[in-house]
Ligand binder design. Structure first.
Ligand SMILES: C[S@@+](CC[C@H](N)C(=O)[O-])C[C@H]1O[C@@H](n2cnc3c(N)ncnc32)[C@H](O)[C@@H]1O
Length: 288
């Protein structure tokens, strides 16, 4: 996968402002900050989810649940958009949540922070208030490696949703996704983000990946994040969502940049077929 393909991590087009990055080094850099700058694109994700929710349900989205929320960059962006928006975030690890409170919520003020409920809990736990939309982004749900586990997770999401709720997941695929390789991407001229696809086992589906960061001073933060997932194909996931009781599942694929046929344009539209390119990104939207 080259940095210019529609790769999983190319969805994350940095809309953010460039920061003063002199002195960034492996020993002192903050791995969550590096991760967010390289991987997350909350504005784009929130644009997509709120637009599709409004198109399908005819009203604005006000109650969100973010599973595997980590630093909850998505929820923070959503809450900042409207004073009636509320969110619940679920993650087992307190470290990214604490980081998110300090860096994503505190700067937005008390009002935003108060409309967020954090759950240091498994994603299969119920929300306090049934969400109108639940999101599980950045492929985190691939941690469920067997079909029964994935069915059970999707079923718990479905049961937890409000009666006409929607479930959003993202995924990627294409032949490049299964190749053992590193993809290097420059972030704001400040550091390199390295997405390593370490291994994929065709027999078990086990898929190991890692994120490294390389700095202009020659230092490297190796294995800043490591994942062991199952690689799930879109068609399998659609079947599992339907088996879990969702009524309808639609795929949304990214369009092609008119100036560069190798690059995605960041626009996702409903498309039941998709394009057989080397690497693609999609969202699945499942209706309760
Ligand atoms: C790849 S990070 C994704 C963070 C965030 N969704 C994002 O887009 O950047 C995966 C997160 O899932 C959390 N996690 C893994 N298994 C979980 C589970 N069963 N229940 C809740 N959180 C879980 C981890 O603690 C980690 O913070």
């Amino acid at each position: 996968m080259t940095p210019s393909t529609k790769s999983p991590k190319n969805k994350k087009k940095n809309k953010g402002k460039k920061k003063k990055d002199r002195g960034l080094s492996a020993g002192t850099a903050d791995r969550y900050e590096l991760y967010q700058r390289s991987v997350n694109s909350p504005e784009t994700d929130v644009d997509f989810v709120t637009r599709v929710f409004e198109e399908l349900r005819g009203r604005p989205l006000r109650r969100l649940r973010e599973d595997f929320c980590g630093t909850a960059a998505f929820a923070a962006e959503f809450l900042g958009r409207h004073p009636e928006n509320r969110a619940e975030g679920f993650d087992l690890d307190p470290k990214p949540c604490e980081w998110g409170k300090r860096h994503n919520f505190a700067p937005k003020g008390k009002d935003v922070a108060e409309r967020m409920t954090w759950h240091l809990a498994d994603v299969r736990s119920p929300a306090d208030v049934p969400p109108e939309a639940t999101v599980a982004f950045n492929f985190s749900y691939w941690c469920f490696k067997s079909r029964p586990e994935m069915v059970a997770y999707f079923r718990s999401v479905r049961e937890d949703l409000a009666p006409d709720g929607l479930f959003f997941i993202d995924l990627y695929g294409g032949p490049d996704a299964l190749i053992e390789q590193e993809e290097v991407r420059d972030i704001d001229g400040a550091f390199d983000y390295v997405w390593e696809q370490r291994s994929w086992e065709p027999g078990s589906g086990t898929y190991r990946t890692a994120i490294h960061f390389r700095f202009r001073d020659g230092s490297e933060m190796r294995s800043a994040f490591e994942y062991e997932w199952r690689f799930w194909h879109l068609t399998e996931l659609r079947d599992v969502l339907l088996d879990a009781g969702f009524q309808e599942v639609e795929s949304y694929f990214e369009g092609t940049d008119p100036d560069d046929p190798e690059e995605g344009d960041g626009e996702f539209t409903a498309d039941p077929i998709g394009e057989n390119c080397e690497a693609w990104l999609a969202y699945l939207v499942a209706r309760k």
